[in-house]
Unconditional design. Structure first.
Length: 378
């Protein structure tokens, strides 16, 4: 029975040790991710490590997909990521990316996209954003959006109230830009990007809902309705004055911060990087996290967001699973320590029992010898 108890303790120790060896790497990774959940830079690095460790061709496949979609900027972002992580890429693929980037940055392409952004007010790259911002700075773009959406509102038709409110806010910020000699230009560019993301369907639902609430707070709807009813692109001065009167500048702080953050992301990742951020963001806090990520990762940011989505900014779901890995590791470690303790105690008890039995045998032998001597003497 004694040796059975020792064998049981040894078996428990072996099983717990084996399980702990399997669980420990997952628990260590889970602990690191949980510890980095408030740091988008560290969090994205940890998630990239895990993702790329299980798929060697992931980066190459994404470069091929980006080139097929005509997105040379995203392909170049993946090349930067591969270079940073020492991932080998075929020379012909690198040449194709270089050629695509050169073609996208050519003067003719830039001029065409600039004109498109200026006329349509839609931006999806640096050139078209430059045209869109130029149109908004000269109030043409915002007046166009306000009048168009305002007419829909007056006619009882489907109206994008967010675009309407952002355009009205943009007109007020544009006036501040002129007054401050460009000091408010970053906010202006950021609001233009948010507005364009909304038009292109690239604004996340959560961020769109938040921006809609914020925009409604800073715009006097009845006054704006009256302004757009009589407004026209052909009378910009009169229209701007009427719309500005409907803008509550004292309540625009949150929108202003959002515009600044979006511009900072665009400054590090490009216009499409900012658009990617607006697509996955659920609120202004996500955009603020994206600023930290973009400032640390630079040109790699688009590739990271493409691979991880919103998970590049914060811990999205899975917290319970991560915690369970840690809990499992703790329970297994406790089992191992308990098994070691039980094994040590039982081995020690067996050793003590053996020594005691040996002493008893010696004492019995000495007593028997004494009795034998006494009997012989008698």
């Amino acid at each position: 029975m004694k040796w059975l108890r020792i064998s049981t303790a040894l078996a428990g120790m072996a099983v717990c040790g084996f399980v702990l060896a399997q669980v420990a790497p997952h628990a260590r990774e889970a602990g690191a991710i949980l510890a980095a959940q408030d740091d988008p830079v560290a969090l994205s690095e940890l998630k990239l490590d895990a993702l790329l460790r299980h798929n060697d061709r992931l980066v190459q496949d994404n470069i091929e997909a980006a080139l097929a979609a005509g997105d040379a900027d995203l392909a170049d972002s993946f090349v930067t990521l591969a270079r940073e992580r020492n991932i080998a890429l075929p020379d012909d693929l690198l040449s194709r990316v270089t050629d695509a980037v050169k073609a996208e940055n050519s003067t003719a392409h830039f001029a065409k996209r600039f004109a498109t952004g200026l006329v349509t007010g839609n931006a999806d790259d640096v050139a078209s954003l430059s045209g869109t911002v130029a149109g908004d700075l000269f109030v043409f773009g915002d007046i166009r959006d306000v009048v168009r959406e305002g007419k829909h509102l007056a006619m009882g038709e489907d109206t994008d109230r967010l675009v309407l409110s952002l355009a009205a806010a943009g007109l007020a910020v544009t006036a501040a830009t002129y007054v401050s000699v460009g000091g408010a230009a970053p906010v202006r560019a950021g609001l233009t990007l948010v507005k364009d993301a909304r038009k292109l369907g690239r604004l996340g639902e959560g961020l769109a809902a938040w921006a809609g609430r914020s925009a409604r707070e800073v715009v006097d709807a009845p006054m704006l309705r009256n302004a757009v009813a009589s407004g026209s692109v052909l009378r910009p001065g009169q229209t701007v004055s009427a719309i500005k009167a409907a803008f509550r500048a004292e309540k625009a702080g949150a929108l202003v911060r959002l515009g600044k953050d979006v511009t900072r992301v665009a400054g590090k990742t490009g216009t499409r990087g900012a658009m990617d951020t607006l697509r996955i963001a659920e609120g202004p806090k996500d955009v603020a996290r994206a600023v930290r990520l973009a400032e640390a990762q630079g040109g790699k940011t688009r590739a990271i967001i493409k691979l991880l989505g919103r998970g590049a900014l914060l811990l999205v779901g899975g917290a319970f699973d991560l915690a369970m890995w840690l809990f499992g590791a703790v329970v297994t470690l406790f089992g191992l320590l308990s098994s070691i303790k039980a094994t040590t105690e039982r081995l020690t008890q067996a050793w003590c029992d053996r020594r005691r039995a040996r002493r008893l045998r010696r004492a019995q032998m000495a007593a028997d010898a004494a009795l034998a001597n006494a009997a012989a003497t008698a």
